[in-house]
Design a protein around this ligand. Structure first.
Ligand code: AMP
Length: 414
């Protein structure tokens, strides 16, 4: 039956096959985060709009075009969170986390919202998981964070992944470079796209990200910040690269790398996957040493990343297989339905997967359903108190006392 209602444009329902795969991704990530001491945190799905205007940056596409912003009933401007770092920094400041032992290492997963043009790998509600290490400027933290994402993608088996890294310098050292870049853009202004031209003064770095031919031609000869790095910025970048090499992580320095968010300083990185087509990034992030202070906290350096769960799923390319059931309890005698449910509950309490018929099927229908569910054993409760345990693969069947069921099924499973 076709419904009159559909999931809104750019959103989707997560159906069970997909949900299983997502659960595996989240469980794998949680285990990796836990082993490295990144504690879970969750923030609300919406925040005051100003948090993102200040945090993400007024000149970014996210803030200019992509936020789901509305007024609540009290006249306050609210925005569905387009990203997770600004909210976590808000929470860090709000809860005085700078008083804890530093750095504070956090991890998260959840839905995010951007009003983008929907296409494969780009949605209006999508899911990210990520980490933040707040309160350290050590290159060790950059390397640790990058290795976490590399480990996650490796452990999940995401194919064809490449890591690109760059360094944006710090705001002071970047100033001279940005002037040089603006001069280059102005000198070739007529060849640039309208969007890039309008942002020469406010966000010249974004020109590296443009996909129109004119701008790309101009950017091919543009000066890059990586070539201009010096002093502590250059040392930091060199140390991150040395650490990645020591950890056995392959990477490429990409001087044209930029990110769509203003808060980044020094390290930025991006994991791309060639299986993904146009939306090729699975995850990325970088250092944001000025953000916490900008949000009213003490000067606090930090680094983090986010990965897109849908992009990982697309790259993996398949839904997770059903795992079947350890047992199905069927009844040949409808008078034994209660007993069947109680036995299934007992099996579940013993950590096994078990189901009973909830639809009033006859025995034949129940066996067919058990087969459909992938049940490995079926217990058939017969009239007069007897019971048969059937192995669905071999078809072998034997009499059993239901009291021994947990042992029989648990034992046979291992
Ligand atoms: P960002 O927060 O823009 O740095 O993006 C981090 C990651 O989130 C990207 O590498 C993507 O995997 C994912 N992502 C960002 N925007 C979207 C979107 N609209 N739909 C699906 N995934 C997204």
């Amino acid at each position: 039956m076709a419904s009159k209602y559909q999931a809104p444009r750019g959103t989707f329902d997560v159906l069970p096959g997909d949900a299983r795969a997502r659960r595996r991704i989240e469980a794998t990530a949680s285990a990796i985060f836990e082993r490295a001491g990144y504690e879970p945190i969750a923030t609300p799905a919406f925040e005051d709009t100003e948090l993102f205007e200040r945090g993400v940056g007024r000149s970014t596409d996210i803030v200019r075009k992509e936020m789901f912003t509305f007024e609540d009933k009290g006249g306050r401007s609210i925005t569905l969170r387009p990203e997770g770092t600004a909210p976590i920094c808000r929470a860090y400041v709000e809860h005085g986390m700078h008083k804890l032992a530093q750095p504070v290492k956090l991890s998260y997963a959840g839905p995010f919202f951007r009003h983008e043009r929907p296409q494969a790998g780009r949605y209006r509600q999508f899911h990210q998981l990520g980490v933040e290490a707040i309160g350290t400027d050590s290159p060790l933290a950059d390397a640790e964070a990058i290795v976490l994402l590399s480990d996650l993608l490796t452990e999940l088996g995401v194919p064809g992944v490449e890591l690109r890294i760059a360094n944006l310098g710090s705001p002071g050292s970047r100033r001279a470079y940005l002037e040089e870049l603006k001069a280059h853009l102005r000198a070739h202004e007529t060849k640039l796209s309208k969007d890039v031209r309008e942002r020469i003064e406010i966000n010249p770095l974004r020109a590296f990200d443009a996909d129109d031919e004119g701008t790309r031609g101009v950017m091919a000869n543009a000066p890059t910040i990586v070539e201009r790095l010096e002093g502590e910025d250059a040392e930091h970048f060199a140390e991150v690269r040395t650490l990645l090499e020591a950890a056995g992580i392959d990477f490429e320095i990409d001087p044209t790398l930029v990110r769509g968010i203003d808060y980044y300083t020094r390290t930025i990185f991006s994991f791309v996957c060639d299986e993904l087509g146009a939306q090729s990034e699975v995850g990325g992030g970088g250092r944001y040493d000025g953000l916490i202070e900008q949000l009213g906290g003490p000067p606090t350096p930090a680094v983090g990343w986010a990965a897109g769960i849908e992009r990982i799923l697309l790259a993996l390319g398949e839904a997770e297989e059903e795992t079947g059931r350890d047992a199905f309890i069927a009844v040949a005698d409808p008078g034994r339905q209660r007993e069947a449910l109680v036995l299934a509950i007992e099996l579940r309490h013993a950590g096994l997967t078990a189901e009973v018929d909830l639809a009033g099927r006859g025995l034949k229908g129940q066996l067919k359903h058990a087969d459909r569910l992938g049940a490995r054993r079926v217990l058939i409760l017969e009239p007069e108190g007897s019971a048969q345990l059937r192995d669905m693969q071999s078809g072998e069947q034997r009499q059993i006392d239901p009291v021994d069921l947990v042992e029989a099924i648990g034992g046979e499973r291992s």
